[in-house]
Design a protein around this ligand. Structure first.
Ligand SMILES: *Cc1c(COP(=O)(O)O)cnc(C)c1O
Length: 379
């Protein structure tokens, strides 16, 4: 007969999971860092230790892999951790081609961290295929694509760039954060790797930071999985739970956001105070035809506008908006606006009169009225 356990022991044993065979409709959050072995030392399923694998993470990874038409996906604690994992899979001496207006933290990562590890890079205009072809070196191992680019919404022809990469025994990776698999499937277009900042549209509510790498190649998958588990930049179970919940409404949200973005872009393009609207869905976009071909299902919900005015006038307009919160980031249900030049610094090629807009799911009439008021001279 076992003696009655003491308070401390009861406190632990009585709060064990007793409902593991129940089937809740909404996935529970599996906070457990470790999993029980069977008496013979084996495990009932894949879960051993949460850095290596976790049910909430497995759900997110499987879901994003399927949505991107990939075979494998690995989740990370941020988009930058996911991007770092791809760079870490290269070897010292490798050369990388990056778009010249790439998400600026990636440029800083290369310049301030990875250059010391003897990875070199060149920034090039990826909307110009000849420039890409010319920039390839014998040691180029990776061509990185962001299409549309941030914040100038330049497009890159993914089919053509993947071909150039493969001709030179290099890989092509696409940061698909801005379009999500609802609007663009880079793996179908020949890319080898897709990365996402799931912080943005996948999460969708500006309340979680996350990232993901997707592929359909065993060798690449093995490398990224090793880096994920051994470097350990894994997402917390609750973060995965939030992203999984975001995925459930991803398509509904981004379709509405994209619809709103096109209407807003058309309105702004017709406004006398706007110099130019950068949005691939407009016929005035120099790569509108490529957008129609490559982004079969839509144009996305990000746009930038160039204001007719100086920097002070530009930022003043942004601060007059009521439904567009002055904040960095994108992809949430709420509309955001940002003066990118101030964020990126004086060296950035972003024009001083550019405002980047992340369009949310508010009613389009209110969003247009907000811009109309902010652009009018009476206030
Ligand atoms: C936000 C973003 C990132 C970085 O993701 P984090 O989740 O902030 O680390 C990378 N690429 C693009 C295109 C982004 O918008």
């Amino acid at each position: 007969m076992q003696q009655k356990p003491k308070f401390e022991t009861i406190a632990i044993k009585s709060t064990e999971n007793k409902f593991s065979d129940s089937t809740p409709v909404s996935t529970p959050i599996y906070l457990s860092s470790t999993y029980k072995r069977n008496s013979d030392g084996s495990y009932t399923n894949d879960f051993v230790y949460s850095r290596a694998n976790n049910p909430n993470r497995a759900i997110v990874e499987e879901s994003i892999a399927i949505l991107e038409n990939g075979k494998q996906a690995f989740a990370f604690s941020s988009g930058m951790a996911a991007i770092s994992a791809v760079f870490q899979s290269l070897k010292a001496g490798d050369h990388i081609l990056l778009p010249d207006d790439i998400y600026y933290a990636v440029k800083r990562l290369m310049e301030e961290v990875l250059k010391r590890w003897n990875l070199s890079y060149d920034l090039i205009d990826m909307s110009n295929i000849e420039a890409v072809e010319k920039a390839v070196k014998p040691n180029t191992a990776l061509i990185w694509v962001e299409s549309p680019s941030n914040p100038q919404l330049k497009l890159s022809d993914i089919v053509a760039i993947a071909e150039i990469a493969h001709k030179n025994m290099a890989l092509c990776a696409v940061d698909n954060t801005w379009l999500t698999p609802v609007f663009q499937n880079p793996l179908e277009l020949g890319a080898d790797i897709v990365v996402h900042s799931t912080t943005k549209y996948f999460g969708g509510h500006s309340d979680v930071i996350g990232g993901c790498v997707v592929m359909n190649d065993e060798i690449i998958a093995e490398k990224i999985k090793n880096i994920q588990i051994l470097s350990g930049a894994v997402p917390a179970p609750f973060d995965c739970w939030l992203i999984a919940r975001g995925i459930q409404t991803l398509k509904l949200r981004v379709k509405q956001q994209s619809k709103n973005a096109l209407k807003l872009a058309k309105y702004l393009e017709s406004h006398p105070k706007i110099e130019r609207v950068l949005y691939p869905g407009l016929e005035s976009h120099p790569q509108h035809l490529l957008a129609k071909k490559q982004q079969k299902k839509g144009f996305g919900a990000m746009l930038s506008v160039l204001i007719k005015g100086n920097e002070a006038e530009t930022t003043a307009i942004a601060s007059k908006l009521v439904y567009f919160t002055l904040a960095t980031s994108l992809g949430g249900v709420e509309s955001l606006v940002e003066h990118r030049k101030s964020v990126e610094g004086v060296d950035s090629p972003t024009p001083y009169n550019l405002l980047r807009i992340s369009v949310g799911i508010e009613h389009i009439d209110d969003l247009i009225a907000d811009w109309k008021k902010a652009l009018s001279s009476e206030n």
